[in-house]
Ligand binder design. Structure first.
Ligand code: AKB
Length: 319
């Protein structure tokens, strides 16, 4: 295996913190530099860390000179809900940083992973089994930045041969690092509240279906896409991944199988409007045929694993 030198931006976030550990397991701690604006905690701190402001092209260049990266996982971004609080800053942060990374990749032949999102879709998009190629009309600053980013990735690949790969992540659910600033965050919060308080006030309406995925599947998908041979990666915008499709009442009912007294009330806020523009479910036929993607966790299996692991984590936190 060629010696890799890997940079992860936004590494203390929900995806980065787990992806970094998987990459370190594969390539060794020293080969994976985690970067963020805040310092890593716990296991994530057991390896190189660099404070990185992704708004600074100079910071990227400085780090490249130091580590000569062969791969960058550029995860730093503002998500849909926090993005609506400051749309122009969201555009600047999400777009400028991607362009810095693509430029660095062009100059130094670096392989890039950059996450897109179901937020690229809009109310005109077919809501059920949303196809890979379809009407794409985002309504959030985050969604607009993701759609534009997909086009820049495709452009750098076609024009300069940059090996850039991407997935349109659904909402991601994990017991390790909390989500933050997204519209799909309820699907993480609900598990914490079920265990800690036995009740939850949901910020989306009870019948809002959204595409979701358990983090182990999302990490595996990311690594499988990055490891696929170039010929198999036929799509250089971003791949749809279906994951699961459920609404709040369905996840609540699944939790109630384990915690029967758990109750949920519904008080939709501004995030409902965002969720209403996103698909209910996704078609990921292309990911399956191009690079062999296969989902492992369904809603019952994910719920069982979430509750088991969260109970241990929260008990250890108290004691
Ligand atoms: C969000 O809710 O903003 C994210 C996403 C679907 O990209 N989780």
């Amino acid at each position: 295996m060629a010696k890799e030198s890997i940079l992860i931006t936004g590494a203390c976030g929900q995806i980065g913190s787990e992806l970094a550990l998987s990459l370190r397991q594969k390539y060794g701690n020293a080969a994976v530099v985690v970067s963020d604006v805040r310092a890593p905690q716990g296991e994530l701190a057991e390896g190189p860390f660099e404070k990185l402001d992704v708004n600074s092209e100079k910071d990227f260049e400085r780090l490249y000179e130091q580590y000569k990266f062969t791969q960058i996982y550029h995860l730093a971004a503002l998500l849909s809900a926090s993005g609506e609080k400051n749309p122009l800053f969201t555009w600047q942060l999400n777009m400028n940083s991607l362009l810095y990374v693509l430029e660095l990749a062009r100059q130094h032949n670096i392989k890039i992973y950059w996450p897109s999102s179901i937020a690229v879709f809009g109310p005109e998009t077919p809501a059920n089994h949303t196809p890979q190629h379809t009407v794409i009309t985002p309504r959030t600053a985050y969604g607009i930045s993701k759609l534009s980013g997909e086009h820049w990735c495709k452009y750098y690949h076609e024009r300069y041969g940059v090996d850039v790969r991407s997935i349109r992540y659904p909402g991601l659910i994990s017991y390790k690092t909390p989500a933050g600033g997204g519209t799909t965050d309820y699907a993480v919060d609900i598990y914490y509240k079920a265990i800690e308080e036995g009740q939850y006030e949901c910020f989306l309406s009870q019948d809002t279906y959204l595409p979701m995925m358990y983090m182990p599947d999302a990490i595996r998908a990311t690594l499988e896409l990055m490891e696929a041979t170039s010929e198999r990666v036929k799509n250089r915008w971003a791949y749809n991944l279906a994951g699961l499709s459920f609404c709040p009442t369905q996840v609540a009912a699944e939790i109630q199988k384990v915690i029967p007294d758990f109750t949920v009330t519904y008080k939709p806020d501004f995030r409902q409007k965002i969720a209403d523009t996103w698909p209910n479910s996704i078609d990921d036929h292309d990911a399956q045929t191009d690079w062999g993607w296969k989902l492992e966790y369904d809603l019952p299996k994910m719920t069982e694993d979430m509750i088991k692991n969260l109970r241990t984590k929260l008990k250890n936190k108290v004691s």
